[in-house]
Design a protein around this ligand. Structure first.
Ligand code: PMP
Length: 351
């Protein structure tokens, strides 16, 4: 016996690489290629570092109010955290305490099984259909909770709203978490259903459509009771999850609807252009409603394309998981970056 027998041993989530070298084309972590709303830079310049002596507001009210205003919900329906990873981890800890398994797809955000393992939550991964879509019938069995990324990652596939609602409605005895990290790029949110279903938690993030992955801001919507339970867990874990700049800058970012819509539309337009170019090169992919495309090529192994891109200083993401090992997840960059990617792929494929 040693102290090691008493250690909580876990296999951690592997985040996408954040390379130190400059001048690479970084299309591996679904970041936004455009800067945050202009008010963020302005406010940052005028911040008084002397304020950092003090603890931040533990209720995060400036950010909660701004989010509640933007989405036209009551602030009692809003929870915020350090990126949606923090929000999701709190939600797993709060709502998944049953002996029955939590359900999620086999191919989805690869943090879900890591949290389940960390918190000792039983879980069952349900295979997506051949085309990477979800069969809602699979989620109508007994369970201790459900988590669905919609649109899904890394596939980019959206589950239609009626099907999401069906899963929520048919599972009144468990909490259904809908992770809408990529919803702004063309999906259909279920935020408005929080008044109708007290078992629904909708999670979103500032990391993608609001260009603030580095600030770590995530948020969730649910009925008042659900949010109160999450908040109790948060305050039992760490009162000051969010730092002062994140609270203030996040509030300013969410308020600028015009800038948000402009940059989102640019990313969507670039994605649609990229779809055409990739199809011309023979790539195959399900239709993406996100800021990435999950594609494979019938004539070249995924690993080879990945390595060849890397030699050309273009980084995309790939998983060594049987069902998806031929696929590359390509984040949408600027038009210029995507043009360089397409030129490199052309060379690699030999088209
Ligand atoms: N959910 C999904 C589906 C994601 O792809 C990501 C990004 N890695 C997250 C949540 C977490 O994002 P963040 O913590 O930056 O909000």
């Amino acid at each position: 016996m040693s102290w090691e027998s008493n250690v909580r041993k876990v296999v951690p989530y592997t985040p996408g690489e954040q390379p130190k070298i400059k001048n690479i084309i970084k299309l591996n972590t679904n970041e936004n290629p455009y800067p945050p709303a202009p008010a963020v830079a302005e406010r940052l310049k005028s911040m008084d570092v002397s304020d950092f002596r003090k603890y931040p507001d533990p209720t995060c009210s400036v950010l909660v109010d701004a989010i509640a205003d933007y989405y036209k919900v009551d602030k009692k329906n809003v929870f915020v955290g350090v990126g949606s990873d923090d929000v999701l981890a709190m939600a797993f800890m709060t709502f998944f305490n049953s002996d029955k398994p939590v359900l999620f797809p086999d191919i989805t955000y690869s943090f879900y099984d890591v949290w389940a393992e960390l918190f000792r939550i039983p879980y069952r991964q349900i295979p997506l259909k051949e085309d990477f879509s979800i069969d809602t019938e699979d989620y109508l069995t007994e369970n201790g909770g459900i988590v669905i990324a919609n649109p899904n990652a890394p596939t980019g596939v959206e589950l239609e709203r009626d099907s999401v609602e069906k899963i929520i409605a048919m599972n009144p005895d468990s909490v259904v978490i809908v992770d809408e990290a990529y919803i702004d790029f063309g999906g259909h949110s279920v935020i408005d259903l929080i008044d109708k279903y007290d078992n629904l938690l909708v999670v979103q993030t500032f990391s993608k459509s609001r260009s603030m992955a580095g600030m770590r801001i995530g948020y969730a919507f649910g009925c008042e009771k659900l949010i109160k339970y999450m908040s109790d867990v948060k305050f039992s874990f760490n009162s000051y999850t969010m730092n002062m700049p994140a609270l203030e800058l996040g509030a300013l970012a969410v308020a600028d609807k015009e800038y948000f819509e402009k940059t989102r539309d640019k990313v969507v337009a670039t994605r649609e252009r990229a779809k055409v170019s990739l199809r011309e090169l023979g790539f195959e992919f399900a239709d993406s409603k996100t800021n990435f495309i999950f594609a494979k090529h019938p004539n070249k192994p995924g690993k080879e394309i990945f390595d060849e891109l890397r030699k050309r200083d273009i980084i995309v993401r790939r998983w060594d998981i049987d069902r998806i090992k031929e696929y590359l997840r390509i984040s949408i960059g600027t038009d210029e970056e995507m043009d360089k990617l397409v030129a490199a792929l052309k060379e690699i494929i030999g088209a």
